[in-house]
Design a protein around this ligand. Sequence first.
Ligand code: F3S
Length: 63
Amino acid sequence: MKVRVDPERCQGHTLCAMRAPDIFELSEIDGHSSVIKEEVSDDQQDEAVEAVRSCPERAIFIS
Ligand code: F3S
């Protein structure tokens, strides 16, 4: 599974990083999210899906 954040959509709600702190990190400058590692391990897939569901801007995509 791969995960990415659309920087145009992200508004810095932080929920993704709270749900999955090993997958997402927040910018200290603007609070926007980016992925730490694009490829998500099998044991982190549930966290990634939770993060997708938590984002009110629908800024996270998994494939
Ligand atoms: Fe951004 Fe959504 Fe996370 S708005 S900080 S990707 S919860």
